[in-house]
Design a protein around this ligand. Structure first.
Ligand code: NAP
Ligand code: HSE
Length: 439
């Protein structure tokens, strides 16, 4: 058998220790598939003494992960530290500049610096791979950049954050409290080191920006993802949605937008992460727990659905090692499916002309006239109301929850209604807006 591929692992947390376990458990099978063994030549993390549930004594310990970038025996550096900048980015730049291929699970770094790193990898003639960065164990990057490579992809959307999906579906099934379920997701290794990245939608936005770049052949625009998370979703929204025949899911959507029909506007890149109402009979409604699902629509292949575990040690390690097997086989590929100079620069699309139905929820003072003010704002903005729900009555002088579902209409009209209501004493706190996905 050929010489082993020598790898250095930086980061030995959930993902890093999963990679050690996987490489040890499936060593023979991997060697046959890769046509050479994959050998862990060095490992590094912050705390050498920490019990990680794996025996690290056979491996060289490096106190500084950056050392792996310059050691001559290392072929590939695998970064599983995290963070868009800091030690992860230093390691990436140094490794590539030293002629080492680089594998990472770090979507934050790729979303912010992927174009720079891809160009550097092309110049150095090395591979830059990040299958584990998007949708955990699902081979969606390979699926889009290889299996779907012949298609013009017009839309890609789905459930991209395991932690949020775990929280929403567990709250829905058990009625448990948000903070309590988030603590479970952290214990299970799904959440980011800073879980605000998960619950504020930022992690899903990182992944969406990467997916959009690959799907459409466009330059990454993480800065242009409209992002909102699930912290504003109340248990009352979940039960209200269920009563209306929907579940709530955090959905990321990216598409090439051609502007209003007949408007003659330039093409733009639409990217949004937001909680949505999903009809109970829609395929995304049954995606529970830390599972992710990605739908891609191509002009010849039609609709593809990728689904599987979106977070956790085993699935993420599986994606990392798949990249290593490609490199061991000599398959470098292009990080974003084409040379980085070929990626098209698209400006963000204006979303106002987008049509759809929406769920709007307000927390309002329990006093006469409030409902009339909300409906007047809708009327004045041209928003047509399909149903209007007031949930019970609060304490005297307290607040009540009011929700409404709109008929199909332009998003700009809903934004205008909210603008009219902004700052009025009818709306005590910022409203929650969720688009409703078509069946
Ligand atoms: P984690 O459990 O927090 O592990 C991070 C590792 O990096 C730890 O071993 C830590 O060392 C090490 N580290 C942190 N700062 C360091 C520094 N300055 N120098 C050296 N080592 C340092 O994180 P994780 O969940 O494995 O995630 C790692 C990466 O994978 C992140 O980019 C994350 O977004 C991505 N990812 C995670 C998942 C998932 O399901 N968890 C899935 C897909 C992608 P100590 O252990 O000694 O503290
Ligand atoms: N924190 C991420 C999630 C890990 O929950 O989806 C997988 O990328």
């Amino acid at each position: 058998m050929a010489e082993p591929l020598n790898i250095a692992l930086a980061g030995l947390g959930t993902v890093g220790s999963g990679v050690v376990r996987l490489i040890e458990t499936n060593a023979d099978l991997i060697a046959r598939r890769a046509r050479r063994p994959i050998r862990i030549a060095a490992v590094s993390a912050r705390d050498r003494g920490k019990d990680r549930g794996v025996d690290l004594s056979p491996y060289l310990w490096l106190d500084d992960p950056a050392e792996s970038a310059t050691r001559p025996e290392i072929d590939v550096v695998v970064e599983m530290v995290g963070g868009s900048d800091g030690p992860a980015l230093t390691l990436a730049r140094k490794s590539i500049a030293s002629g080492k291929s680089f594998v990472t699970a770090n979507k934050a770094m790729i979303a912010h610096h992927g174009l720079e790193l891809a160009a550097a990898a092309e110049a150095a003639g090395v591979a830059l791979k990040f299958e584990a960065a998007v949708a955990g164990g699902i081979p969606v990057i390979k699926g889009l950049s290889e299996g779907a490579a012949a298609n013009a992809i017009k839309r890609v959307y789905g459930i991209l954050n395991g932690t949020c999906n775990y929280i929403l579906s567990t709250m829905e099934d058990t009625g448990r409290d948000f903070a309590d379920v988030l603590a479970d997701a952290q214990r299970l290794g799904y959440a980011e080191a800073d879980p605000t990245f998960d619950v504020e939608g930022i992690d899903a936005a990182h992944k969406l920006a990467i997916l959009a770049g690959i799907a459409f052949g466009t330059r990454l625009r993480f800065d242009a993802v409209e992002t909102s998370g699930i912290t504003g979703v109340l248990a009352a929204d979940i039960s209200q949605a269920r009563a209306l025949g929907y579940v709530i899911r955090l959905i990321g959507t990216a598409e090439i937008d051609h502007g209003p029909v007949g408007g003659g506007e330039e093409r733009g890149l639409f990217q949004r992460v937001r909680p949505h109402l999903v009809p109970c009979d829609h395929p995304l409604a049954s995606v529970d727990g830390a599972t992710n699902a990605v739908v891609a629509e191509g002009n010849f292949m039609g609709r593809l659905l990728f689904q599987g575990a979106g977070a956790g040690d085993g699935p993420t390690a599986s994606a990392v090692v798949a990249d290593l097997i490609d490199i061991a086989r000599g398959e470098k590929g292009a990080a974003f499916s084409m040379p980085s100079a070929e990626l098209e620069a698209l400006e963000p699309a204006n979303s106002g002309h987008r049509m759809g139905r929406a769920y709007l929820r307000f927390i309002v003072p329990d006093r006469p006239g409030v409902l009339a003010e909300i409906t007047a704002a809708m009327r004045d903005a041209g928003v047509s109301i399909e149903s209007f729900i007031q949930k019970g009555r609060g304490e005297a002088g307290g607040e009540v929850i009011v929700a409404l579902v709109t008929h199909e209409g332009p998003e700009a009209a809903v934004s205008e209604a909210l603008r009219i209501l902004e700052g009025t004493d009818s709306v005590a706190r910022p409203p929650l807006v969720m688009q409703i996905i078509g069946a």
